[in-house]
Ligand binder design. Structure first.
Ligand SMILES: [Zn+2]
Length: 223
């Protein structure tokens, strides 16, 4: 999934309003942020196979970023970096660190819904994936709904702080749903050029995290 991962970011922000939504956007995509450069460096593998699924051409081998055990390790690392570093002097330090770790781990479980069986537990077989990417329209609907539910929870747990806080939040979810639509139905198949795919995905992840951060400035936790 792509924007569907942000459902977890929104929901975790609803749970712990002191956590940064922008950083949660990074955390929920963290293993993909690693995967594309890893593929470029040959540490993991991305092969473009036409019609590999109805949704994309990505045939992937990625035990170090998308293994369940590896995901737990990356999540733990995020937890430690927050608990003993970034959030060290903040209130709610423990729970900020916990939601950051869960955000990283959530990626695997959300990918599980759509990926064909390519998500390893540790390394090699068994590999898991429910394969919703083989049903394009359903995959689109499920990703949109998951995202929408996460966002609704965030909206319920927060209130406007700035006059624009409500409208920008609505604009932002509309934009994310539009990105999902483009991704499924409009965007051409990616070029057979891993460097280009890496650059464009890292750009998209950064831009969306920045927009999330700015949008969230207009909102505050409900008291
Ligand atoms: Zn992924």
């Amino acid at each position: 999934m792509f924007v569907g991962h942000y459902a977890a970011a929104f929901a975790l922000k609803g749970k712990e309003p002191k956590a940064s939504l922008g950083m949660l956007f990074i955390a929920t995509q963290f293993v993909d942020i690693l995967f594309f450069p890893f593929a470029l460096l040959g540490i993991e593998h991305l092969e473009l196979v036409p019609n590999f699924t109805e949704v994309n051409n990505f045939k992937m081998d990625f035990p170090f970023t998308h293994g369940l055990v590896a995901s737990v390790v990356w999540g733990l690392l995020f937890y430690l970096v927050y608990n003993y570093g970034i959030a060290r002097k903040k209130e709610h330090r423990k729970s900020i660190s916990v939601v950051m770790g869960i955000a990283v781990l959530s990626h695997w479980f959300i990918d599980l819904i759509v990926h064909v069986p390519d998500l390893p537990i540790l390394y090699g077989e068994p590999k898991l994936g429910f394969g919703l990417w083989n049903y394009k329209d359903w995959a689109f609907i499920v990703e949109a709904l998951v995202l929408l539910f996460g966002w609704m929870y965030y909206m319920r747990k927060t209130q406007t702080k700035k006059p624009w806080g409500k409208y920008v939040a609505i604009l932002f979810i509309a934009f994310l749903l539009f990105v999902n639509y483009i991704n499924f139905y409009i965007a051409p198949a990616p070029p057979d050029d891993i460097a280009m795919i890496t650059l464009s995905s890292l750009f998209a992840f950064s831009l969306l995290a920045l927009l999330a951060y700015l949008m969230d400035k207009g909102r505050t936790a409900k008291t």
